[in-house]
Design a protein. Structure first.
Length: 643
């Protein structure tokens, strides 16, 4: 696992500023502390940070073809590199290393922009072709690895694995995008292709970008999309057998490593599945690690320990107290953009613990998106059944009125908290699902934003993005449509971003077998009815795992990976939260209504309302303003490499 940076002159062959290129590369030293490398010629500069995993002695980057006319800087793993290298060798290409990186340069020579269609794995890379004067950027299908880019006013393409690298270029503008701010306060993250800054974009998952010197920069091109089969029928027993076979193969190809390898084991369904399949494929005990919490309502360690005992793993548990909030000041610099998923804290801790023992860890991320495992999937299904039976003209006014009049009962048992459900049913399908995933409701955002900021938005609302994605979803089934939406927004924007930054902050490579794209393609073609059956999400996945994982793990209520925000904000963080949100850079933006923030704080501190989500979102936005927008982001104490 590694990090990459680059500068490309779009207008000619001007000299590349070596100091800027080096600063960009050093800003992501945490992604690859083992080695650094550069390629710098007039008009092009590439940098690379290496975390050595495969071919430790000769996998240095940037890496070249035979005559050095093509070079690549790359972050990721291509698991089918062996078969590709054999195919390319038969076509006359000469390989000098045993690493997967070299496959990219020869695949570009052989297949051009379509080379990405041949790669199986996780990747973000930049190829420079000197003969054609082209930079070619590519990102993996599901968005496991990140890639940011910008076009500067003076005619340079600037790119890198993290936003902090681009911000080392003085010509990349730090102009906050109001649309990104609306997206953030709607979702808790900023979905592709936007970033927090107007002039910086993320290359979307499953997209490539060809940039040719002397020509206008075109839009990224999509090379893959997931498909669904609404009319599929299956034999459940055969599907379960095939699922285990396919997932087992996806796990097996991710066990290739020349450094210590292990797995996260939370005690949930997905990580248990990965560990069980790892244990079947290796003779040595699997190295597993989990995070425990001092408070029982957040703690899954008994389930993780049961799995570890069953498969005789080398298991390690780190107990984190409910007062583990000292990451608060570091998170904005780690994530660069505002990021409001508080499970970033335990994710950071589990990566920290894993890195003490291994360099590569397999995770169970993606199972909920691929097999419809979130509680919100079930509720959307119920709501959609109502929508299908009652026309909007009747449903909207009726349930809208009920939603407005029903009291907000944050303190009550879940069956009595019907206000959100009533409001969701009154909406369209896209609006209802957007309502269920929003961290701040439409009404709260309306109150939070100042009049001047609303004017900057020019009527934009994040729901527009949801409608656009759902309209182009390659399926008519309501469950498959929201799975597709999650794969285009929540999965890359939240889940995979969270894991990438938390793991790479510790130079830990995380591999995600459930997101192996052939496995995802197969799973998405299964009928929706075998993913959500009655009240059971991930039904076919769980049935397939019954011989491998105990029923008390498979069928227990989903816990998530949360932290006690509400208690923190009323207790040990009370003074700091008040100081950061009532004063300073947050108020100086002019984006927010001071009285609304004061009301959030007063109601939360008194216990009248639980405003922990909006308070956390505001706190992370304030942290971004202080440490990234106005500062230099996170710093790492490593000696700089020579350029």
């Amino acid at each position: 696992m590694c990090g990459l940076v680059g500068l490309f002159d779009l207008r000619g062959n001007r000299e590349i500023d070596g100091a800027v290129l080096q600063a960009m590369n050093e800003s992501i030293i945490h992604r690859g502390p083992d080695e650094s490398g550069f390629h710098r010629k007039p008009g092009i500069g590439l940098g690379h940070r290496r975390l050595s995993i495969i071919d430790l002695s000769s996998g240095q980057q940037p890496l070249y073809n035979e005559d050095r006319s093509v070079c690549v800087t790359y972050n990721g793993e291509i698991y089918n590199f062996g078969e590709l290298s054999r195919e390319l060798t038969e076509k006359g290409h000469v390989f000098r290393t045993r690493c997967d990186t070299e496959v990219i340069v020869h695949a570009w020579e052989e297949w051009g922009a379509r080379c990405v269609e041949r790669f199986r794995g996780m990747f973000a890379f930049a190829v420079y072709d000197a003969r054609q004067e082209i930079v070619f950027l590519g990102r993996d299908r599901l968005g496991i690895k990140p890639l940011y880019y910008a076009i500067t006013d003076d005619g340079f393409l600037v790119f890198g694995s993290e936003l902090k690298a681009l911000l080392k270029s003085p010509n990349v503008k730090r102009e906050i995008d109001p649309i990104a701010v609306e997206d953030y306060f709607s979702l808790g993250y900023i979905p592709d292709p936007r970033s927090i800054y107007r002039g910086v974009k993320k290359l979307p998952p499953a997209h490539t970008l060809v940039v040719r010197r002397g020509q206008p920069v075109a839009e990224p091109v999509e090379y893959w999309d997931v498909a669904f089969d609404d009319g599929a029928t299956i034999d459940m027993e055969a599907a379960c057998e095939e699922l285990i076979e396919r997932l087992g193969e996806a796990v097996a190809i991710r066990l290739i490593s020349e450094v210590p390898l292990g797995a996260f084991l939370s005690g949930g369904v997905d990580s248990s599945a990965v560990v069980a399949l790892m244990a079947r494929q290796q003779d040595d005990p699997v190295n597993t690690c989990s995070i425990g919490f001092g408070e029982a309502s957040y703690d899954e360690t008994p389930y993780a320990e049961a799995m570890a005992k069953r498969y005789h793993t080398n298991h390690r548990t780190r107990i984190v107290g409910t007062d583990d909030f000292n990451l608060l000041l570091d998170l904005p610099g780690i994530y660069d953009e505002p990021f409001a998923d508080s499970s970033a804290i335990p994710t950071y801790r589990v990566c920290e613990e894993a890195r003490r023992h291994v360099t590569v860890a397999l995770s169970g991320d993606g199972g909920d998106e691929v097999f419809a495992g979130y509680r919100r999937h079930r509720w959307h299904h119920y709501e959609e059944l109502v929508r299908q039976r009652m026309p909007q003209a009747l449903r909207g006014p009726l349930f809208g009125m009920l939603g407005r009049t029903y009291p907000k009962l944050d303190w009550a048992p879940k069956p009595l908290r019907a206000k959100s459900t009533l409001q969701a049913v009154a909406r369209s399908s896209a609006e209802g699902y957007f309502h269920s995933v929003s961290i701040l409701s439409d009404s709260l955002r309306e109150e939070l934003y100042s009049d001047s900021f609303k004017s900057e938005l020019q009527g934009y609302r994040t729901i527009e993005r949801f409608r656009e994605i759902m309209e182009r979803a390659p399926t008519e089934h309501h469950l498959s449509r929201i799975q597709y939406l999650d794969m285009k927004t929540y999965l890359p924007g939240d889940i995979l971003t969270k894991v990438d930054r938390a793991s790479m902050a510790h130079a830990l490579e995380v591999r995600v077998p459930i997101l192996d794209h052939p496995f995802v393609e197969w799973a998405c073609r299964l009928p929706a009815e075998c993913k959500l059956k009655g009240r059971e999400g991930k039904y076919v996945f769980k049935k397939a795992l019954e011989p491998l994982v105990s029923e008390d793990i498979l069928y227990r209520p989903k816990m998530g990976f949360g932290v006690p925000l509400a208690e923190w904000f009323r207790g040990p963080l009370r003074n700091e939260v008040n100081a950061k949100l009532r004063h300073g850079p947050l108020m100086e933006t002019g984006y927010f209504e001071e009285r609304t923030i004061a009301r959030f704080l007063d109601q939360h501190m008194s216990g009248l309302r639980d405003h922990s989500q909006p308070i956390w979102a505001l706190l992370m936005f304030a942290g971004f303003l202080e440490s990234v927008h106005e500062g230099n982001g996170v710093r790492h104490a490593h000696a700089p490499a020579e350029l």
